[in-house]
Design a binder for this molecule. Structure first.
Ligand SMILES: C[C@H](O)[C@H](O)[C@@H](O)C(=O)CO
Ligand SMILES: [Mn+2]
Length: 417
């Protein structure tokens, strides 16, 4: 019966969209191909598997909801559980601190491909492709400066770490037959006024030159900028201008983290400008509330506008989509499911936009008509298409996943201490 209702609503939606020149079947096929890189760090509040580390580097989780993953087995189980409520095939984004270190301490400048061997196997078995991140934070040598540290021994340590991470990403990409997207974000900055802005940026630039000296075929490098970190409020070495400049000059990817700009800046507006000058983009879709608070992604206007820009730029094959939030105040598996499904809903709505008609209006200078259709498009029955997408992918339709996650919490995560 339920299936019948979903099908009926879908057929009606198809007709409504067809009248505006939108082919819903084609949109469903496009959405099926959109892989979201799920960030492993939501499952355990960005702690990773190095024993005894606590989160530093200007980022912070807030909340103390019980049940976070305490080890690799739990983290893998939680991710698979979350993925089972998300339609489509997705990727997993790993940070270096999540390596399989076998219970021994492996320092960051000693990390090797072998520490990610079990991840590669696990990912292949579960049909997930991997992305990767070097980790500059939560380490005794993190301090305020890593790749821009004037102390040569500390800077060399982080250069070595990042070089090794690229080699790991290359191997991941080679084995999965699809490039591994490796993000490079460092927290480097200053709490108070610095009189050495140029010096640290010169050092960072030189570190990047050394790190990127080896060319790889199976991984892609991205640079992620930021406005400020907690305790590093006055200056960020890897500012937007720095990262855009470096990426344009060296044809690297830029990571747009939606929480890393001034509150009134539009991340969506950056897509077209950046795509004219760099080959591809990576997204860290997040939800900044007043600051880079990393709240769970929802289907809000900034996220919708971001995805609309990707579609309007015809850039689905040039933008890699990842999530980046870490909410420790609610059920963490639920957080994955809400955020990933929200990103997919935004993408669906973007794909369903009656773009040809809107562009016709714009070309004819029909501003009223364009605005009217943009407004009406918001209320078109995209949700009937979403329900059908979930049904076809054999995952819970609508809010059905709430009870399922409650069950997993009662049976599994609530038993963790
Ligand atoms: C854990 C991530 O690497 C981190 O969130 C980074 O991407 C970031 O956005 C820091 O604010
Ligand atoms: Mn980020």
């Amino acid at each position: 019966m339920k299936e019948e209702l979903i099908t009926k609503a879908y057929e009606v939606a198809k007709e409504r969209y067809a009248a505006l020149g939108v082919d819903v079947e084609k949109v469903m096929e496009q959405l099926q191909k959109v892989a979201i890189s799920m960030h492993c760090w939501q499952a355990d509040d960005v702690l990773g598997f190095e024993s005894g580390s606590s989160l530093t580097g200007g980022i912070q989780t807030t909340g103390n909801y019980p049940g976070k993953a305490r080890n690799m087995e739990e983290l893998r189980g939680d991710i698979l559980k979350a993925a089972s409520y998300i339609p489509g095939k997705h990727r997993l984004n790993l940070h270096e601190i999540y390596g399989d270190f076998g219970g021994t301490f492996v320092d960051r400048d000693q990390v090797e491909v072998k520490h990610f061997e079990s991840w590669m196997q696990w990912a292949a078995e579960n049909g997930m492709k991997l992305d990767f991140n070097s980790t500059s934070f939560s380490h005794p040598k993190s301090g305020n400066l890593s790749l821009s540290n004037p102390d040569k021994s500390i800077r060399d340590f982080w250069i070595e770490h990042t070089k090794r991470c690229r080699a790991i990403a290359e191997e991941m990409g080679r084995r999965q037959g699809d490039p591994c997207i490796m993000n490079l974000w460092v927290h480097d900055g200053s709490k108070d006024v610095t009189v050495n802005r140029m010096k640290y940026r010169e050092l960072f630039k030189d570190s990047l030159d050394q790190i990127f000296a080896t060319e790889y075929k199976n991984m892609k490098d991205c640079l992620e900028s930021k406005v400020f970190g907690i305790g590093l409020e006055s200056y960020t070495v890897g500012s937007n201008e720095f990262c855009v400049g470096y990426s344009v000059q060296h044809q690297k990817l830029i990571t747009i983290d939606t929480g890393h700009f001034h509150p009134t800046e539009s991340a969506a507006d950056k897509v077209s400008s950046m795509l004219l000058f760099v080959p591809e983009l990576m997204l860290h879709v997040s939800r900044p509330i007043r600051w880079d608070s990393d709240h769970v992604t929802i289907m809000d206007d900034p996220t919708l506008e971001l995805f609309q820009e990707i579609v309007r730029c015809n850039a689905l094959d040039r933008v890699h989509i990842g999530l980046d939030y870490f909410d420790a105040s609610i059920n963490r598996i639920g957080a994955y499911v809400i955020g990933t499904r929200a990103a997919q809903k935004c993408m669906l709505r973007a794909l369903l936009e009656p773009l040809a008609k809107l562009r016709e209006y714009e070309a004819a200078g029909q501003g009223f008509q364009r605005l009217a259709l943009l407004e009406e498009a918001k209320a078109l029955p995209w949700n009937a298409v979403w329900d059908m997408f979930c049904l076809k992918n054999n995952v819970p339709v609508g809010e059905e996943f709430i009870a399922e996650i409650e069950k997993y919490e009662a049976e599994v995560t609530s038993k963790r201490n």
